[in-house]
Design a protein around this ligand. Structure first.
Ligand SMILES: *Cc1c(COP(=O)(O)O)cnc(C)c1O
Length: 406
């Protein structure tokens, strides 16, 4: 096992970095993951040899770029098990995907009785776009409550369902608490009410939890940078039937069939939603990152992440001065906690002094923090390259921090 992880770590050059003279201990994977060499080389190769704009078909490099770009679309399709490549639209990330949906949904004939449902554990990017839509169209925005354990309150959800709910937009995994939500079950319930379902897979995508046909969601979004791919690229999946009914989001080149000064006609999916020159190298990098991931022993990797998470949970539960925020057993490799009487930023700062990267603050989930009566937490999040040795080093450092602060 250890040998496998050592090999895997060789693929991530940034792990060789030192921070303040100590080896980097990177435990902020829920914010963004480090990048594998294959992917970095794919970017290098595009910019060194293969630069050309795509979808214009006038010359060799243009055609080659188009074929690289479209083959990433196929890689994504297969990775999330979509039925068709047409259901895969490249975006700038999760945030843009959600804004695209909230904007285009505003063309639906809804009225002030109609409701949008989210949850109290959403990332701001799955709250604010819906607020903007609700304000623009005078709709109601409601949230499924969260229990003391940091799980969705499914009875609370059932009470909120009625014929006025049009959309449910829900995260599959909480980036702040690590809770894995039972999205399949919830999507089935929503179907009985004809509710359009949108899944935020920003965290779940790297955990092997996404199969859009099995989940049977209408839409799903994620970002490349949280799954070993570059910044500036993400994916919006949509079931063809509904997706193809949405009006354009942004207008421009590459999304039109014919343009006159008076009016335009648009291309079909997926190009209708990819106006302008796309992030070509980044899309190629995303394809490469997913191919890289598929080659790994994912069963073993996810077992390892679970083990590291358990090591941290056991420690926190054994300490009288620690408060675990979020008690779920359905957990991603994410742990949020507080040391009583201390500020999370101070804990983060003292860990940083020891070369350890964790995240502190509200994790873009202020409503969730309010639900727990806190302003933030310390969050540690593991990825495929983290080791048991690192988990123990982290706990040793944390123990030192506790003794410094208390
Ligand atoms: C990171 C994250 C987002 C936002 O992703 P961006 O890449 O910043 O667009 C949304 N939801 C969840 C659950 C996240 O973890």
């Amino acid at each position: 096992m250890n040998n496998d992880i050592d090999d895997l770590r060789q693929q991530f050059p940034q792990l060789k970095r030192t921070i303040r003279g100590q080896p980097l201990l990177y435990l902020d994977n829920a914010a963004t993951t480090l990048k594998p060499l294959d992917m970095i080389q794919a970017l290098n190769s595009y910019y060194s040899n293969d630069v050309a704009n795509i979808h214009r078909g006038a010359h060799y490099l243009g055609d080659q770029g188009t074929s690289f770009y479209e083959s990433s679309r196929e890689t994504v399709r297969s990775f999330i098990n979509a039925e068709s490549r047409d259901e895969i639209v490249f975006t700038r990330g999760t945030t843009e995907g959600l804004n695209l949906l909230a904007n285009t949904f505003s063309s639906f004939p809804w009225n002030s009785e109609d409701e949008i449902l989210i949850s109290a554990m959403e990332h701001h990017s799955n709250i604010v776009p819906w607020q903007l839509l609700a304000q623009k169209r005078n709709l109601k925005l409601k949230a499924i409550p969260v229990t003391d354990r940091g799980e969705l309150d499914l009875d609370g959800l059932r009470k909120k369902l009625n014929h006025k709910v049009r959309v449910l937009s829900l995260t599959q995994v909480s980036n702040a608490l690590g809770t894995i939500n039972p999205v399949e079950e919830i999507i089935q319930i929503c179907k009985q009410w004809n509710i359009v379902t949108v899944i935020d897979a920003a965290q779940s995508i790297a955990l092997g939890l996404v199969d859009v046909q099995k989940m049977d969601c209408d839409f799903l979004v994620f970002s490349g940078h949280k799954i070993f791919a570059p910044n500036g690229v993400g994916v919006l999946y949509g079931k063809k039937k509904l997706f193809s009914q949405l009006p354009p989001f942004q207008g421009g080149g590459s999304m039109i069939r014919n343009v006159t000064i008076e009016e335009s006609s648009y291309l079909d999916l997926p190009h209708r939603f990819e106006a302008g020159t796309p992030p070509i190298a980044e899309v190629i990098g995303l394809g490469c990152a997913l191919e890289f991931l598929k080659k790994q022993n994912l069963v073993k990797i996810h077992e390892n992440e679970k083990k590291l998470t358990q090591i941290v949970l056991d420690f926190i539960r054994s300490q009288k001065n620690f408060r675990l925020v979020g008690q779920t057993n359905q957990r991603a490799p994410i742990v949020s906690f507080l040391i009583s009487g201390t500020h999370p930023n101070d804990v983060g700062h003292l860990l940083d002094q020891q070369g350890i990267a964790v995240r502190t603050g509200h994790h873009c989930c202020q409503p969730l923090m309010n639900r727990f009566g806190i302003t933030g937490t310390v969050r540690v999040s593991f990825s495929i390259y983290n080791t048991e040795h690192e988990a123990h080093s982290f706990l040793k450092a944390l123990d030192k921090v506790q003794r410094l602060l208390l």
